[in-house]
Design a protein around this ligand. Structure first.
Ligand code: GLU
Length: 456
């Protein structure tokens, strides 16, 4: 095929939309990546000939199953579960499990697609997958969550394995859920293996896994600022979310001398004009994870703070914005107000928290924008280290793991700058389009492995 005969970006996207009707999150994720990849492969015949992008954008398989469980009042409840195995060209499928009422096949396909690039960017041997269910763990008793997790694993066990597919946590799935699922996997298979990551320390979990996503995102932010000759010290930050990623991102910002002004949950955000210090962050962690409470309760304990119901925090003036809640939480208008209020860096702790309009606003304003697939890759990278420790039956020290996390994030930042700086500009100081850099670097490794395999 001559280079000029290649399908162009608009036709490619029209095909994606036609094959995935109604799956708007999946189409959005492909759109964001494909734009950059088309430019990159323009003069690279092999990638076209072997239809590499078309193949990465079609999951290897999507497993969908019924999950029945019994609630505390003996009602039979029925949920849907999925595992999307997107691509295992460079390693076993790897990616979290999300339990949230808005989980659909489209959401999991977008997450598995993103995960493929993210995992590649870590430099480790990890393929991309994602799973979950529309089950809502909020308000459920521990026993209800246990029965749901056991039922979910009773089907999932057939599709996963330490060399096949290694799930972990995500929204609605933390240490408690991973432990219930691991217990059920072990019971069904009679095998103690590293089939899940994010496990408890007593049964194969790794130190630093809990902190890794949030800390990693702030390390990425630190590296972006450093490249621009700046640092976190004295900067104000608006953080969304109040789960594992948000609280650890906030903690690391405080470690580095920044001031965290907000945290949020699905009911609204809290603005604390004095800043969330380490003690306050630790109260939030305790309240959200152990007591499973709401962020609104914060103002009863720290009355100088104010709760804004049903609102997102992007109108609060800040230097740094760190979205750590969920997809599409920063829309075009939010992005505009961040830029207008002087925000200089946006770093995504969540997966695809900025919609396509928002990304365009940040790119046009030329502010530093760290996309989730690069910035939040510290979590899955630490999961990769948990897999290595499980396989070798060793336990690494906290110090060693903290250092490895730091180096992994530096490596990801380097890979982004390798492809994100325009030809002719200085690799060290020229403007870096981190979205483009992450997309191309993540794509290249997977694509080259696929080329090596031929048509499979
Ligand atoms: N859910 C996390 C992510 O989005 C972690 C996945 C993992 O550790 O496998 O990257």
């Amino acid at each position: 095929m001559a280079v000029s005969d290649h399908v162009g970006f608009p036709e490619f996207m029209a095909g994606v939309e036609k094959r995935n009707p109604g799956q708007k999150e999946f189409v959005q994720a492909i759109h964001e990546v494909a734009q950059d990849i088309f430019e990159f492969i323009q003069d690279k015949e092999e990638y076209h000939e072997y239809q590499i992008l078309r193949r990465i954008a079609e999951p290897d398989r999507v497993v969908s199953f019924r999950v029945c469980w019994e609630d505390d009042d003996n009602n039979i409840r029925v949920q849907r579960g999925w595992r999307v195995q997107n691509n295992n060209a460079i390693g076993p499928y790897k990616g979290g499990i999300r339990f949230h009422p808005n989980v659909t096949e489209s959401v999991l396909k977008f997450l598995a697609f993103e995960q493929t690039f993210k995992n590649s960017l870590t430099g480790l041997s990890l393929g991309g997958g994602k799973g979950g269910s529309n089950f809502n763990p909020k308000g459920k008793s521990d026993h209800e969550v246990m029965r749901f997790c056991q039922s979910f694993m009773t089907e999932l066990f057939r599709h996963v394995g330490d060399d096949i597919d290694v799930p972990a946590g995500d929204i609605g799935v933390g240490g408690r859920e991973i432990a219930y699922m691991f217990g059920q996997y072990k019971r069904i298979t009679n095998k103690f293996s590293g089939v899940l990551t994010g496990k408890g320390l007593e049964f194969g979990g790794s130190l630093v896994r809990t902190e890794a996503t949030g800390y990693g995102a702030v390390y990425f932010l630190q590296d972006m600022l450093k490249r621009a000759g700046d640092d976190v010290e004295g900067k104000t930050a608006v953080v969304s979310g109040s789960g594992n990623v948000a609280t650890h991102a906030a903690e690391k910002i405080v470690h580095l001398g920044g001031k965290v002004l907000t945290l949020s949950d699905s009911q609204g955000f809290v603005f604390d004009p004095d800043g969330f210090d380490l003690e306050k962050i630790s109260w939030v962690k305790e309240h959200k994870t152990r007591r499973r409470g709401r962020i609104a309760d914060y103002v009863e304990v720290y009355p100088s703070a104010k709760f804004h119901a049903e609102a997102r925090p992007w109108g609060v003036p800040c230097d740094l914005a760190v979205p750590c809640a969920t997809q599409n939480e920063i829309r075009g208008e939010d992005a505009k107000s961040l830029v207008a209020n002087g925000c200089i860096v946006v770093v995504e702790g969540a997966n695809m928290p900025t919609d396509l309009d928002g990304v365009a606003v940040f790119k046009n304003a030329r502010i530093l924008f760290g996309p989730g697939k690069a910035a939040n890759a510290g979590g899955v990278a630490l999961s990769g280290l948990e897999m290595s420790q499980n396989a070798a039956r060793v336990v690494w020290s906290e110090e060693e793991l903290q250092e490895r996390l730091r180096q992994l994030m530096l490596g990801i930042h380097d890979r982004c700058t390798q492809y994100g700086v325009s030809a002719g500009a200085s690799k060290d100081t020229g403007y870096c389009d981190y979205v483009k850099g992450a997309n191309i670097a993540g794509f290249k490794k997977v694509a080259d492995a696929m080329l090596a395999y031929g048509v499979v």
